[in-house]
Design a protein around this ligand. Structure first.
Ligand SMILES: NC(=O)c1ccc[n+]([C@@H]2O[C@H](COP(=O)([O-])OP(=O)(O)OC[C@H]3O[C@@H](n4cnc5c(N)ncnc54)[C@H](OP(=O)(O)O)[C@@H]3O)[C@@H](O)[C@H]2O)c1
Length: 332
């Protein structure tokens, strides 16, 4: 079969379209013919040699590596101990995360059955492949963590704040993978949603239910918004604390990417900060799948590239300003 591999860390040009053996399945696994594979930040973090991680947390890498955690496809074979899936089932999932051996940029993948759910009938393979990591991240932050593993960043077990009508949720980085699902989930729970993104995403985000839109290239959210119950910040970075003042006393800051806050400042403002590392979870995807089927959730597709052009997909990702998800097409 064909798969994307890289034999050294580097830029998008290291991604090669190689001939490799079809993987064998072990206990608890199914073999999936991949129809589409989603592109997520950990895919390029891995391609770059995990430079994004602090040196002491960085695992040693053995090349060649195949990137990818997310995919949608059709079950081809099932291990004897797997009862939930049968040959011919359409499935989607985020495989073996946290971890860097999902290997979904390929024509076939061996997938743990526990990481899979049936693909919602109402969305196609491209949309389904775009969903898993981004929607599970938004779900595990905002709705249900689904496990009791402490965050590796804080050592604490995250507890989502129940979102109810009358609450306001601000989503920073609202047009991206995680952000556009966070907007929709907060809206589904009845919140008033403030979306912060660059101007060209306004219509996209209003269509997904944003009540208020702030173009961060023109207006600082902190100058025009206050009394927010929850901020989910998918951008993070060195000046993340600028969003603390939009929160009301007792509010919650959810940094999705590395962010730093002065504990004295958060204590003075009575703000809780909590984060997670997203984890694979097939049953949660099954629950979320019902929302896709009912039309309560949609997947925004920024762009698609054939599997053989994974390098171009990574080049697109590096340009930023992503609207929804980038997806690799494997069977069209
Ligand atoms: N904790 C976890 O387990 C977890 C899970 C998944 C992802 N992540 C991390 O979360 C981050 C986001 O992931 P993603 O997949 O959603 O990325 P993404 O699809 O690339 O989205 C990022 C979005 O942020 C917007 N943006 C950039 N600068 C901004 C700014 N200053 N203010 C507001 N919006 C800005 C971009 O578009 P515009 O600039 O055009 O608005 C883009 O739409 C990544 O760093 C990823 O590593 C963490």
């Amino acid at each position: 079969m064909k798969a994307i591999q890289f034999h050294e860390a580097g830029g998008p040009e290291v991604l090669r379209y190689d001939e490799v053996p079809v993987p064998e399945i072990g206990p608890g696994e199914v073999l999936v013919r991949v129809y589409a594979a989603g592109v997520n930040p950990p895919d390029w973090y891995l391609r770059e040699g995990l430079k994004v991680m602090p040196a002491e947390m960085r695992p040693a890498l053995e090349f060649p590596l195949t990137p990818g955690t997310d995919m949608s496809g059709v079950v081809q074979a099932v291990a004897a101990d797997v009862a939930e899936f049968a040959v011919g089932d359409e499935v989607f999932g985020m495989l073996r995360f946290p971890g860097f051996n999902g290997r979904t940029y390929a024509e076939h993948v061996a997938a743990p059955a526990s990481d899979l759910a049936r693909k919602p009938a109402g969305i196609d393979h491209v949309q389904a492949a775009g969903a898993p990591m981004a929607v599970l991240t938004a779900w595990q932050y905002l709705v249900d963590l689904g496990h009791d593993v402490p965050s590796p960043f804080t050592g604490q077990v995250h507890q989502p704040v129940p979102i109810a009508p009358g609450m306001t949720v601000l989503v920073n980085g609202a047009a991206g993978g995680v952000g556009h699902f966070a907007v929709q989930l907060a809206k589904w729970k009845g919140a008033r949603v403030v979306a912060v993104a660059s101007g060209r995403h306004e219509q996209f985000l209003r269509n997904l239910g944003a009540d208020e839109f702030i173009d961060y290239t023109r207006t600082r959210a902190a100058d025009v918004v206050s009394d927010v119950d929850i901020v989910i910040d998918t951008v993070g970075g060195p000046d993340s604390s600028r969003l603390l003042t939009v929160l009301k006393r007792g509010g919650t800051m959810l940094p999705v990417f590395f962010a730093q806050y002065d504990p004295e400042e958060t204590a003075r403002l009575a703000i809780s900060v909590s984060n997670i590392q997203v984890r694979s979870n097939g049953p949660q995807l099954a629950e979320i799948g019902r929302l896709f089927d009912e039309g309560k959730l949609q997947v925004g597709v920024d762009s698609t590239y054939p599997l053989s052009e994974a390098g171009n997909a990574h080049t697109r990702a590096a340009q930023g300003h992503i609207q929804g998800k980038i997806v690799l097409t494997v069977v069209s």
